[in-house]
Write a protein that binds this ligand. Structure first.
Ligand code: PGA
Length: 240
């Protein structure tokens, strides 16, 4: 895992330029929602509106809260649409995401559909945030590193932290997510964290060998992962 640290001001552009490069190439790219990459998406959208660039990649959604869809403020798909997708001229079928409003067996079908898609069109890049409990997507602590797309039971931390995305207090129980094995199958992974509130989890990540109790440590088993942090997470002098 390669570590890259930049200033809070450089973070959106550095990440945004990597996203722009990936969007211009053929292949599947999976982008996570969340506060961490939000300014980078706005930067990408602004660059695209100024000088449209070719969008050759297929976009794949990482995860969603079960019961929520793109129309629901607070959902992952709503945020991605708002910050990025609505500003890009995407072709029909260029964006592939879970339908988390389905129920029961139909949710399992969604997982199956996504696993099939990724088997046919392997991911070239995954951009994923590190959650405060070390989750990746909605792969919660304890998930098997061999997991494929699945429905997960959300941890207390995830439910509490996720309230920030919603306009009012919202009951969340489950998520649907690409699995750790889907993420690790990507050619390249960019894992991101910014802000002082991510300091503790990043320190744990750096100090813990790969363990299913901390999903983000799975990234240490991947040969082409960059962990991009801002200097609020880690002051350079602390790690030298
Ligand atoms: P955040 O979420 O970018 O809003 O901090 C990251 C995550 O929990 O995966």
């Amino acid at each position: 895992m390669e570590l890259a640290i930049c200033s809070r001001h450089q973070f959106p552009q550095l990440l945004g330029d990597a996203i722009i490069a990936a969007l211009q190439q053929e292949g599947s790219v999976c982008l996570a929602s969340g506060d961490t990459p939000q300014l980078a998406y706005r930067y990408v959208a602004a660059q695209y509106q100024r000088h449209p660039f070719p969008l050759r990649a297929t976009l794949v959604g990482l995860d969603e809260w079960v019961g929520f869809g793109p129309q629901d403020e607070g959902s992952c798909q709503y945020a991605m649409h708002h910050d990025l997708y609505q500003h890009l001229s995407l072709r029909p079928g260029q964006l592939r995401q879970f339908d988390a409003r389905r129920t029961g067996d139909a949710l399992e079908e969604e997982c199956h559909r996504m696993n099939q898609l990724l088997a046919e069109q392997p991911l070239r890049l995954v951009l994923v945030g590190i959650g405060q409990n070390g989750h990746l997507g909605l792969n919660e602590p304890g998930v098997a590193f061999s997991s494929l797309a699945h429905v997960s039971n959300l941890s207390e931390t995830t439910v509490r932290v996720a309230q920030k995305y919603f306009p009012q207090s919202t009951t969340l129980c489950q998520g649907i997510t690409l699995g750790i094995a889907n993420i690790l199958a990507s050619e390249k992974i960019i894992a991101v964290a910014n802000g002082a509130h991510k300091r503790d989890i990043i320190q744990r990540l750096l100090m813990t060998p790969p363990s299913e109790t901390l999903p983000a440590t799975s990234l240490k088993q991947h040969h082409n992962t960059q962990l991009l942090l801002d200097d609020a997470v880690f002051h350079v002098e602390n790690i030298l």
